[in-house]
Design a protein. Structure first.
Length: 247
Protein backbone atom coordinates (compact mmCIF):
# COMPACT_ATOMS: atom_id res chain seq x y z
CA UNK A 1 0.00 0.00 0.00
CA UNK A 2 1.32 3.43 -0.94
CA UNK A 3 2.27 5.99 1.69
CA UNK A 4 -0.43 8.40 2.77
CA UNK A 5 0.47 12.06 2.30
CA UNK A 6 -1.36 14.58 4.50
CA UNK A 7 -1.12 18.36 4.19
CA UNK A 8 -1.65 19.71 7.70
CA UNK A 9 -1.62 23.38 6.75
CA UNK A 10 -4.44 25.13 8.67
CA UNK A 11 -5.76 21.70 9.74
CA UNK A 12 -7.02 21.36 13.32
CA UNK A 13 -5.39 18.58 15.30
CA UNK A 14 -8.62 16.60 15.79
CA UNK A 15 -9.35 15.84 12.10
CA UNK A 16 -5.62 15.38 11.51
CA UNK A 17 -5.39 12.68 14.15
CA UNK A 18 -8.62 11.10 12.95
CA UNK A 19 -7.07 10.76 9.49
CA UNK A 20 -3.95 9.15 10.93
CA UNK A 21 -5.86 6.60 13.01
CA UNK A 22 -8.23 5.76 10.17
CA UNK A 23 -5.32 5.16 7.81
CA UNK A 24 -3.54 2.84 10.23
CA UNK A 25 -6.76 0.90 10.83
CA UNK A 26 -7.06 0.46 7.05
CA UNK A 27 -3.55 -0.99 6.81
CA UNK A 28 -1.47 2.02 5.79
CA UNK A 29 2.10 1.53 7.00
CA UNK A 30 3.67 4.85 6.06
CA UNK A 31 2.20 8.30 6.69
CA UNK A 32 3.90 11.59 5.79
CA UNK A 33 2.47 14.78 7.28
CA UNK A 34 3.60 18.09 5.78
CA UNK A 35 3.24 21.67 7.06
CA UNK A 36 2.76 20.67 10.68
CA UNK A 37 2.62 23.71 12.95
CA UNK A 38 1.65 23.04 16.54
CA UNK A 39 -0.94 20.30 16.06
CA UNK A 40 -1.10 18.30 19.27
CA UNK A 41 -1.44 14.60 20.07
CA UNK A 42 0.01 13.29 16.79
CA UNK A 43 0.32 9.47 16.89
CA UNK A 44 -1.21 9.33 20.38
CA UNK A 45 -2.27 5.79 21.27
CA UNK A 46 -1.19 4.56 17.86
CA UNK A 47 -0.31 0.86 17.52
CA UNK A 48 1.62 -1.14 14.95
CA UNK A 49 5.30 -2.07 15.02
CA UNK A 50 5.58 -1.65 11.25
CA UNK A 51 3.98 1.82 11.05
CA UNK A 52 6.08 4.92 10.34
CA UNK A 53 4.79 8.47 10.72
CA UNK A 54 6.99 11.23 9.32
CA UNK A 55 6.25 14.73 10.57
CA UNK A 56 7.58 17.65 8.53
CA UNK A 57 7.30 20.72 10.72
CA UNK A 58 6.84 21.41 14.41
CA UNK A 59 4.36 19.12 16.20
CA UNK A 60 2.56 20.37 19.31
CA UNK A 61 2.48 18.82 22.76
CA UNK A 62 2.24 15.16 23.71
CA UNK A 63 3.56 13.73 20.47
CA UNK A 64 3.30 9.91 20.58
CA UNK A 65 1.62 9.85 23.99
CA UNK A 66 0.56 6.27 24.94
CA UNK A 67 1.99 5.07 21.61
CA UNK A 68 2.68 1.33 21.34
CA UNK A 69 4.95 0.34 18.48
CA UNK A 70 5.18 2.82 15.60
CA UNK A 71 8.15 4.98 14.64
CA UNK A 72 7.62 8.74 14.54
CA UNK A 73 10.25 10.82 12.75
CA UNK A 74 10.16 14.59 13.17
CA UNK A 75 12.02 16.83 10.73
CA UNK A 76 11.96 19.91 12.94
CA UNK A 77 11.59 20.75 16.61
CA UNK A 78 8.93 19.32 18.94
CA UNK A 79 6.89 21.02 21.64
CA UNK A 80 6.50 19.77 25.22
CA UNK A 81 6.31 16.15 26.37
CA UNK A 82 7.06 14.06 23.28
CA UNK A 83 6.92 10.40 24.31
CA UNK A 84 4.63 11.12 27.26
CA UNK A 85 3.71 7.77 28.87
CA UNK A 86 4.82 5.98 25.69
CA UNK A 87 4.74 2.19 25.86
CA UNK A 88 6.73 1.06 22.84
CA UNK A 89 8.17 2.39 19.59
CA UNK A 90 10.59 5.12 18.57
CA UNK A 91 10.43 8.90 18.39
CA UNK A 92 13.28 10.47 16.42
CA UNK A 93 13.48 14.26 16.52
CA UNK A 94 15.81 16.02 14.07
CA UNK A 95 15.90 19.17 16.18
CA UNK A 96 15.15 20.10 19.79
CA UNK A 97 12.29 19.18 22.12
CA UNK A 98 10.49 21.13 24.82
CA UNK A 99 9.90 20.62 28.53
CA UNK A 100 9.01 17.26 30.09
CA UNK A 101 10.37 15.23 27.19
CA UNK A 102 9.56 11.55 27.85
CA UNK A 103 7.31 12.41 30.83
CA UNK A 104 6.36 9.12 32.56
CA UNK A 105 7.70 7.15 29.60
CA UNK A 106 7.25 3.38 30.06
CA UNK A 107 8.98 1.81 27.05
CA UNK A 108 10.53 2.42 23.65
CA UNK A 109 13.11 5.02 22.66
CA UNK A 110 13.17 8.78 22.20
CA UNK A 111 16.15 10.27 20.36
CA UNK A 112 16.54 14.07 20.28
CA UNK A 113 19.37 15.30 18.06
CA UNK A 114 19.76 18.67 19.76
CA UNK A 115 18.51 19.97 23.13
CA UNK A 116 15.61 19.41 25.50
CA UNK A 117 13.89 21.72 27.97
CA UNK A 118 13.15 21.46 31.67
CA UNK A 119 12.27 18.25 33.52
CA UNK A 120 13.29 15.86 30.79
CA UNK A 121 12.57 12.26 31.78
CA UNK A 122 10.45 13.22 34.77
CA UNK A 123 8.73 10.17 36.30
CA UNK A 124 10.23 7.73 33.81
CA UNK A 125 9.59 4.17 34.92
CA UNK A 126 10.18 0.58 33.92
CA UNK A 127 8.73 -2.86 34.56
CA UNK A 128 11.04 -5.87 34.42
CA UNK A 129 12.54 -5.95 30.90
CA UNK A 130 10.41 -3.08 29.61
CA UNK A 131 12.87 -0.19 29.89
CA UNK A 132 12.44 3.23 28.25
CA UNK A 133 15.52 4.88 26.75
CA UNK A 134 16.09 8.57 25.99
CA UNK A 135 19.20 9.96 24.27
CA UNK A 136 19.78 13.70 23.92
CA UNK A 137 22.52 14.87 21.59
CA UNK A 138 22.83 18.39 22.98
CA UNK A 139 22.05 19.52 26.51
CA UNK A 140 19.18 19.44 28.99
CA UNK A 141 17.75 22.13 31.26
CA UNK A 142 17.08 21.95 35.01
CA UNK A 143 15.52 19.01 36.88
CA UNK A 144 16.61 16.37 34.39
CA UNK A 145 15.40 12.95 35.53
CA UNK A 146 13.29 14.34 38.36
CA UNK A 147 11.53 11.58 40.34
CA UNK A 148 12.83 8.91 37.97
CA UNK A 149 11.66 5.44 38.93
CA UNK A 150 13.31 3.56 36.07
CA UNK A 151 14.65 3.80 32.56
CA UNK A 152 17.79 5.22 31.00
CA UNK A 153 18.68 8.80 30.11
CA UNK A 154 21.86 9.67 28.16
CA UNK A 155 22.94 13.27 27.47
CA UNK A 156 25.89 13.78 25.14
CA UNK A 157 26.55 17.53 25.18
CA UNK A 158 27.30 17.80 21.46
CA UNK A 159 26.32 21.48 21.27
CA UNK A 160 29.52 22.72 22.89
CA UNK A 161 27.77 23.13 26.24
CA UNK A 162 27.90 20.83 29.30
CA UNK A 163 25.24 18.10 29.15
CA UNK A 164 23.51 19.79 32.10
CA UNK A 165 24.53 23.00 33.85
CA UNK A 166 21.43 23.70 35.93
CA UNK A 167 20.12 22.53 39.27
CA UNK A 168 18.03 19.58 40.34
CA UNK A 169 19.55 16.80 38.22
CA UNK A 170 18.03 13.55 39.46
CA UNK A 171 16.04 15.31 42.18
CA UNK A 172 14.02 12.63 43.97
CA UNK A 173 15.38 9.86 41.74
CA UNK A 174 14.65 6.41 43.19
CA UNK A 175 15.24 4.18 40.16
CA UNK A 176 16.72 4.25 36.70
CA UNK A 177 19.95 5.97 35.72
CA UNK A 178 21.29 9.04 33.92
CA UNK A 179 24.55 9.05 31.96
CA UNK A 180 26.31 12.23 30.89
CA UNK A 181 29.38 12.55 28.69
CA UNK A 182 32.10 13.83 30.98
CA UNK A 183 30.56 14.89 34.27
CA UNK A 184 28.43 17.64 35.76
CA UNK A 185 29.28 19.99 38.59
CA UNK A 186 28.22 18.38 41.88
CA UNK A 187 26.29 21.52 42.83
CA UNK A 188 23.74 20.68 40.14
CA UNK A 189 22.83 17.30 41.64
CA UNK A 190 19.35 17.13 43.14
CA UNK A 191 18.23 15.63 46.45
CA UNK A 192 18.83 11.88 46.51
CA UNK A 193 21.19 11.74 43.50
CA UNK A 194 24.83 10.71 43.35
CA UNK A 195 27.39 10.85 40.54
CA UNK A 196 30.16 8.33 39.88
CA UNK A 197 32.35 7.51 36.85
CA UNK A 198 30.74 4.92 34.59
CA UNK A 199 32.34 1.49 34.90
CA UNK A 200 33.47 -0.68 31.98
CA UNK A 201 30.42 -2.90 32.47
CA UNK A 202 28.10 0.11 32.41
CA UNK A 203 29.79 1.46 29.30
CA UNK A 204 29.29 -1.88 27.59
CA UNK A 205 25.53 -1.44 28.11
CA UNK A 206 25.22 2.14 26.86
CA UNK A 207 27.75 1.91 24.01
CA UNK A 208 25.44 0.20 21.47
CA UNK A 209 22.68 2.69 22.33
CA UNK A 210 25.01 5.62 21.63
CA UNK A 211 26.13 3.96 18.39
CA UNK A 212 22.51 3.53 17.30
CA UNK A 213 21.77 7.19 18.09
CA UNK A 214 24.80 8.28 16.07
CA UNK A 215 23.75 6.11 13.12
CA UNK A 216 20.23 7.57 13.11
CA UNK A 217 21.52 11.14 12.88
CA UNK A 218 24.63 10.53 10.76
CA UNK A 219 27.04 11.42 13.57
CA UNK A 220 30.52 9.92 13.98
CA UNK A 221 30.15 7.53 16.90
CA UNK A 222 33.87 6.96 17.51
CA UNK A 223 34.57 10.02 19.71
CA UNK A 224 31.35 9.43 21.61
CA UNK A 225 31.93 5.81 22.57
CA UNK A 226 35.58 6.48 23.45
CA UNK A 227 34.73 9.35 25.80
CA UNK A 228 34.39 9.09 29.56
CA UNK A 229 30.91 9.16 31.11
CA UNK A 230 29.43 9.68 34.52
CA UNK A 231 26.46 7.78 35.94
CA UNK A 232 23.91 9.61 38.05
CA UNK A 233 21.65 7.37 40.09
CA UNK A 234 19.71 7.15 43.33
CA UNK A 235 21.43 7.25 46.68
CA UNK A 236 18.41 5.41 48.09
CA UNK A 237 15.15 3.90 46.90
CA UNK A 238 13.46 6.32 49.35
CA UNK A 239 15.19 9.68 48.89
CA UNK A 240 12.65 11.58 50.96
CA UNK A 241 12.24 9.06 53.78
CA UNK A 242 13.47 11.60 56.34
CA UNK A 243 10.62 13.95 55.42
CA UNK A 244 7.99 11.56 56.79
CA UNK A 245 7.05 11.18 60.45
CA UNK A 246 7.98 7.70 61.69
CA UNK A 247 5.14 5.57 63.00
Amino acid sequence: MAALQIDAKDLHYTPLNQQIRKAVCEGVKEIVIDNVLGQRFIADGLKGNDVTVTVNGVPGGDLAMFMSGPTVIVHGNADHAPGNTMNQGRVIIHGSAGDATAHSMRGGRVYVRDNIGYRGGIHMKQYMEKRPIVVVGGSARAFLGEYMAGGLLIVLGLNGQPPVAERGVGSGIHGGEIYVRGKIDEKYLGVGAKQLPATDDQMAIIRPIIEDFAKVFGIDAAPLVSASYSRIAAVSARPFASKYTPE
